[in-house]
Design a protein around this ligand. Structure first.
Ligand code: ADP
Ligand code: MG
Length: 244
């Protein structure tokens, strides 16, 4: 693979549910280490696109290649490189926070000593060290979200896909998540995240993709844009205001 090959290559990707075309021939590339903010109205296909990239759903047409692996054929190899935080927390309510992480650590193939070390560090990093032995079902939405994030980064994936990760987090937890995103960036990881909160976008990502009517209505640099001008651009392309 040449140095210039993007880590993630999406070409002419389409996804249709029954008669509903959600993505119609979407193409873009993502370089290693980039952070992309994926924006668009409710129902524009953001979660659908992240699920396709995570190998959890199959394209109707087009192709996705990640780190040289082709989806959906090589989904197992792709999943090892990806951590996904989605709307569904994907946790076991009857297991404690620590047991949940241990379970997923086993799935990721981590040895016992590696798991033990990683779990303590992760619980601390997401602010759940004191609740390590509480059952996941006793957790608030925000705490479940934090445990999901710990689960998603446990195997040190090259790529993090974060679907509305700030939803349900209070101010302190949101700041902790921003720190975590920034340290993932410093570690050279590649991130694609969605948010309704346009105001957060320019601080976290230099590039945004705006999905509208099944296509990419905007793909460009937002690092130098104010939240207000991003809001205007968004309203123009998507025909509605977003949460600031
Ligand atoms: P977003 O995350 O941008 O809000 P989604 O990707 O969740 O949008 O959904 C895009 C569209 O696809 C919506 O109209 C949604 O109802 C539809 N959709 C998503 N997943 C499914 C599914 N599994 N079956 C049928 N329709 C779906
Ligand atoms: Mg969604």
């Amino acid at each position: 693979m040449g140095e210039k090959t993007p880590l993630i290559e999406v070409e002419n990707l389409s996804k249709t549910f029954g008669l509903l075309p959600v993505l119609r021939g979407v193409s873009f590339g993502v370089a290693r280490g980039e952070t992309i903010m994926l924006l668009g109205q409710n129902g524009s296909g953001k979660s659908t696109l992240l699920r396709l990239l995570a190998g959890l759903s199959k394209p109707t047409a087009g192709f996705i290649r990640i780190g040289g692996w082709q989806l959906p054929k090589e989904a197992m190899a792709v999943r090892r490189q990806i951590g996904l935080v989605s709307h569904q927390p994907l946790l076991y309510g009857d297991l404690s926070a620590r047991e949940n992480l241990d379970f997923f650590g086993k799935l990721y193939g981590l040895a016992k000593a590696e798991r033990d070390e990683a779990i303590e560090a992760l619980l601390d990093r997401v602010g759940l060290a004191k609740r390590a032995d509480s059952l996941a079902r006793s957790f608030s939405r925000g705490m479940q979200q934090r445990l999901s994030i710990a689960r998603a980064i446990m195997h040190q994936p090259d790529i993090l896909l974060l679907d509305e990760p700030f939803t349900g987090l209070d101010q302190a937890a949101a700041e902790r998540l921003e720190d975590l995103v920034m340290s993932a960036q410093r570690e050279g990881r590649t991130l694609i995240m969605t948010t309704h909160q346009l105001g957060r976008a320019p601080a976290l990502a230099s590039r945004a993709l705006i999905l509208s009517r099944g296509g990419i209505a905007f793909d460009g640099n937002i690092a130098t844009m104010s939240a207000a001008s991003l809001g205007e651009l968004y309203a123009e392309l998507c025909g509605g205001a977003a949460v600031a």
